[in-house]
Design a protein around this ligand. Structure first.
Ligand SMILES: [Zn+2]
Length: 316
């Protein structure tokens, strides 16, 4: 069963929300767009890999997008599969065209000529994840769970070449379609060797309890201030920013389109960028004058009032 389902990662959701509201003259806009495109590609790759790994869901416990805090450090794993004899970490990689692994130098060269080495080398990355997960199990009195890892190449058309130990690499890196059978083969091997059977469901539940949401402070990283973002409610029909408040909803000043709930998107975007919203900020952001209207819209949007600080937050 899939205990934890993948959602659009929060940093990507933030970037997607911010970009359409930034001025084209914002100094780092090109970097921000590049970051978003990279994250989007990673997300698509992860979902491609999910498509194959989901085949294991009937007999194993799968957690997608696992982020754990271990010894004060955050570790993120694309997929964790808790099985009868071991736990498997699968890291999804989405490369175009061709990649060359050099197992001696621990270096990967992509077809665009970019070299990933050191901590970015996919196998080093997933080894680190194993190290953190091992510590996590140890801390939770589950020290005897074997951990194995795989690097899943998301795109079936990616060509892999190896300089160095091809056989060793092939035990870890493969196209996503092959990963489920590699996991099943490992399970058979462990079973035949008389390994202890694990309570994979309980292990999965424990990890799920400790999962945190992976996040980045995108606003701070790119030096974006709230004033850099255009306020207003966006028309769902013509995409124009700045719908006017009318009785029972919003009217587009450009195309005349009506919506009863177009403000939901605007509030969602604000609260992706900021941890809370005040009444006056809500009025400014949505372009309305009435204090009571702002309060009603925020309450009806499912936000929660924090009376101590007199501001609204997303309900947990
Ligand atoms: Zn419109």
């Amino acid at each position: 069963m899939i205990l934890r389902k993948r959602k659009k990662p929060r940093p990507l959701a933030k970037l997607d929300a911010i970009i359409p509201r930034l001025s084209p003259a914002f100094p780092r806009l090109a970097d921000i767009k590049k970051d978003a495109a990279q994250r989007q590609r990673g997300y698509i790759g992860e979902k491609k890999v999910d498509y194959y790994l989901d085949n294991l869901a009937s007999k194993h416990t799968i957690l997608q997008d696992v982020c754990l805090r271990v010894n004060g450090k955050t570790t993120q794993m694309d997929t964790v599969i808790s099985a009868n004899y071991a736990t498997y970490i699968v890291d999804a990689k989405h490369y175009m065209d061709k990649i060359i692994f050099n197992t001696n130098l621990k270096q990967l060269t992509r077809s665009d000529g970019k070299i990933e080495s050191g901590f970015e080398y996919p196998i080093t990355q997933v080894e680190n994840q194993k190290f953190h997960l091992q510590n996590y199990f140890f801390q939770h009195n589950m020290p005897n769970i074997p951990i194995y890892y795989f690097v899943a190449i998301a795109d079936p058309s990616t060509i892999m070449e190896v300089v160095g130990d091809e056989q060793e690499l092939a035990k870890i890196v493969a196209h996503a379609a092959r990963i489920p059978s590699m996991i099943l083969a490992k399970e058979d091997e462990l079973s035949n060797a008389g390994a202890n059977k694990l309570q994979h469901w309980n292990i999965g539940k424990q990890i799920l309890r400790d999962c945190i949401e992976y996040d980045r402070d995108i606003m701070r990283e790119y030096g974006i201030m709230l004033d850099d973002l255009s306020p207003g409610v966006r028309c769902l029909k013509c995409k124009m920013l700045g719908m006017g408040r009318v009785y029972g909803g919003w009217r587009c000043r450009k195309c005349g389109g009506f919506s009863s709930n177009a403000h939901l998107e605007a509030l969602k975007i604000y609260l992706l960028c900021m941890p809370y919203i005040t009444n006056s900020e809500c009025m400014r952001w949505l372009g309305i004058n009435g204090k009571n209207t702002a309060t009603r819209l925020m309450r009806d949007s499912g936000l929660q009032f924090d009376p101590r600080h007199r501001r609204w937050i997303v309900k947990n």
